[in-house]
Design a protein around this ligand. Structure first.
Ligand SMILES: Cc1ncc(COP(=O)(O)O)c(C=O)c1O
Length: 405
């Protein structure tokens, strides 16, 4: 059934019968969550960090919106579906505890962060503080800014595994000078899953009179989403990771007073200069993805952020315990629930991660991410909320059998 005039994709999202699980080991309830995802169970997908599947409710909302668009694109896209973006904006703002006028809907975290990285006025000699463990695309963006505008990029070198929060703050503080204009903080490191103390680092930027930009790609949907409490000037995230929204959905928060000074990536009408919507002026694009974010929020709240987090942490603990002692396994991710999210990483001395990942796939159909960084190598293992306990156990068995002890 397709949408009639005035119906948004979000309004068409089908109700679901899932009962929210009470605890991370409430297997019957988690099995009901797993059944909400039409995923390939002939493989074990332990790379839900790069991108995550959507539950049926969300996927159906997106497909319905795409079908509706195609009925008469100019009418349905702009007249019916596109206005739905305002409802989704309001809902995301509730989730992030900010005003709707501070939320832009983007295509991913890269776009959200690059809007600020490329749009903040900076001149030669102005400094930005980044870390060696920021996401490569974001580092490339700063490198381009350095090459084009003479911006100086000062790098904090974070050790792996991460030290305590006070040490992390001290390492950032050491790179701050009177020329610092921006501090770039990655909330959850994609390399190892380590979590940085965002509020303390944003406070440090504020003290220095600098802009604080948070990369929340791996945090939003799992870690607390109160952006006001973090005290950041801007926060960019993907929604196709831990909110399980359709692929191609992202969000940018910019604090109201900071919007005017940031140039949009694609020029917008001057009347929008102080309006967050200027960052959405990207030409013709599907409305389906952003309208289906509303359905993703419904599912997210039904399961519950804390429950999602404690479940993926429990799954991580299960595989970490299961492989303890195998081949000198060295886990690079802390088990502290306050300093970790879903990602977990492990290295085996003498074992090349690419070769291990290839064997896991070819011999067991288990999909993990090999990580090669100049300072460490490991495999990254990321269960999602749709991952079953048995799938994690298959990974443990495979490691026990494939890694020499
Ligand atoms: C820390 C971090 N930042 C930014 C990104 C970019 O996200 P996207 O590819 O969705 O734009 C990623 C992707 O994995 C990431 O891990």
């Amino acid at each position: 059934m397709l949408a009639g005039a005035g119906l948004s994709a979000t309004a068409l999202a089908k109700p679901t019968t899932v009962i929210a699980p009470a605890a991370p080991d409430d297997e019957p309830a988690w099995r009901a969550i797993q059944a909400e995802f039409d995923v390939d169970r002939s493989m074990v997908n332990l790379n839900n960090g790069g991108v995550s599947p959507s539950p049926r409710l969300v996927h159906e909302a997106m497909k319905t919106a795409l079908d509706t668009t195609n009925l008469a694109p100019a009418h349905y896209l702009w007249g019916v579906l596109e206005p739905g973006v305002e409802a989704v904006r309001g809902d995301l703002a509730l989730e992030a505890n900010v005003s709707p006028d501070e939320i832009a809907i983007t295509r991913n975290a890269s776009e959200s962060l690059q809007i600020v990285q490329l749009g903040l006025p900076l001149t030669a000699g102005d400094e930005v503080v980044v870390s060696n463990l920021d996401y490569p695309r974001m580092r490339t963006t700063w490198a381009q800014r350095a090459a084009r505008d003479g911006v100086v990029v000062r790098e904090v070198v974070l050790p792996t595994p991460l030290p305590d929060d006070a040490t992390i703050v001290a390492l950032f503080r050491a790179q701050i000078t009177e020329r610092t204009r921006l501090v770039h903080v990655t909330q959850v490191l994609h390399w190892t899953g380590g979590v940085l103390p965002v509020a303390a680092l944003c406070a440090l930027a504020r003290e220095a009179g600098a802009f604080s930009l948070v990369d929340g790609a791996h945090a939003f949907g799992l870690l607390p989403s109160d952006l006001r409490a973090y005290g950041c000037d801007a926060y960019g995230t993907s929604l196709h990771k831990w909110l399980n929204a359709p692929i191609g959905a992202g969000m940018l928060f910019v604090r109201r007073e900071r919007i005017e000074q940031i140039w949009p990536l694609q020029p917008a009408d001057p009347s929008l200069v102080g309006n967050i919507r200027k960052f959405e002026e990207i030409g013709t694009h599907p409305a389906a993805m952003h309208d289906a974010i509303g359905a993703a929020l419904v599912f997210h709240r039904m399961v519950g952020r804390e429950r999602k987090l404690s479940r993926v942490q429990a799954l991580r603990r299960r595989w970490v315990d299961g492989i303890a002692g195998v081949g000198g396994a060295r886990v690079l991710t802390t088990d502290d629930p306050a300093r970790s999210a879903a990602l977990g990483t492990v290295s085996f001395p003498g074992v090349e991660p690419g070769a291990l990942a290839a064997r896991l796939w070819s011999e067991r159909r288990i999909f993990v991410t090999p990580i090669v960084h100049p300072d460490f190598v490991c495999i990254r293992v990321t269960p999602g909320i749709q991952t079953s306990r048995e799938e994690v156990d298959r990974f443990v068995t495979a490691i026990r059998e494939l890694v020499p002890s």
